[in-house]
Design a protein around this ligand. Structure first.
Ligand code: ASP
Length: 301
């Protein structure tokens, strides 16, 4: 593996290997039993063309936990503002020889484009609605820690399936790992063609939740809609997750969300506060060992 551009490029055994490595780091971070200087002297360049709270901070912490240094390139103060082209900016930064690049970009497939021009590993930190591979990996790590497996789990992904790179990467990963995957969305937010084969579509929340082990909530991605596709109150009424709605899933079902999650739109306050059912904080925590694993595997070559 030279780059991590999308789950679509990985086989089940690659995913298993990354998750095993991430689990090793998750345990290492808890008991201090890992090499915190393993990548001392390396410099990771973060090129974030879109806003980010979790992914950017989590990649930065992951690099620093491995002893590497990070440069957070800033689009606003860059020469793109003086008219330099994206391609020339990328070539300029490549000439400085970073050890790895993490890219977030709104253009479909931007990481694949820059991977062809860069001499170092490129990691996709989210592109358009296409892929967000490290999010799907950390979600999988969280499910695997909770249930001890991925194969055979029933995972219901609820929300903006049409515009979500998280939904796309999760469909790809979970079907490869043998989970039963469903998507639940109003017709306006349901794409005709899904990112993976063998995923069942539902428009009714209660029906889609029936028998689910995991319910993954996906925020309506209003920034990617060119017109108003949902009305908040009606959306919460039909697709908002509450304890009552969750009762249609399995008794021990858990709820995940990549964040940012919007209370009163995607999830009720009561459910968002229920730490036994809503495993958002463990997901965020798992972002660090997952990204350490990815960085480590790519930096080692
Ligand atoms: N943080 C995730 C992403 O960058 C999910 C979201 O924004 O809804 O795609």
């Amino acid at each position: 593996m030279k780059h991590l551009l999308g789950i679509c490029d990985l086989k089940a055994q690659d995913i298993e290997k990354i998750l095993d490595h991430a689990q090793m780091y998750a345990e290492g971070l808890t008991n201090g039993s890992y090499d915190a200087e393993k990548h001392k002297g390396k410099i990771i360049l973060h090129l974030f063309f879109e806003n980010s709270t979790r992914t950017l901070t989590s990649f930065e912490m992951a690099a620093k936990r491995l002893g590497a240094e990070v440069i957070n390139w800033n689009r606003e103060t860059s020469s793109l503002k003086k008219g330099e082209s994206f391609m020339d900016t990328i070539d300029t930064l490549n000439a400085m020889r970073p050890d790895a690049v993490v890219l977030r970009h709104s253009e479909y497939g931007a990481p694949n484009y820059i991977a062809k021009r860069m001499d170092c590993p490129v990691i996709n930190g989210g592109d358009s609605w296409r892929e967000h591979p490290t999010q799907a990996l950390l979600d999988a790590l969280t499910m695997r820690q909770h249930f001890g497996k991925l194969a055979g789990l029933t995972v219901a992904i609820v929300g903006d399936i049409a515009h979500s790179r998280v939904a796309s990467s999760n469909m790809g990963l979970l079907t490869k790992m043998g989970a039963n995957v469903r998507v639940i969305a109003p017709l306006e937010l349901m794409p005709e063609k899904l990112a993976a084969e063998g995923v069942d579509k539902f428009t009714d929340l209660n029906e889609g939740l029936s028998g689910a082990d995991v319910v993954m909530s996906i925020r309506p991605q209003k920034e990617r809609m060119d017109k108003v596709l949902i009305h908040d109150a009606a959306y919460f009424n039909d697709y908002g997750l509450t304890h009552e709605r969750l009762a249609h899933a399995k008794k021990e079902a858990i709820v995940l969300d990549p964040g940012p999650f919007i209370r009163g739109l995607q999830i009720s306050d009561e459910l968002a506060e229920d730490k036994t059912r809503f495993l958002y904080a463990p997901q965020v925590a798992n972002g660090i060992p997952t990204r350490m694993a990815v960085l480590d595997l790519l930096l080692e070559g």
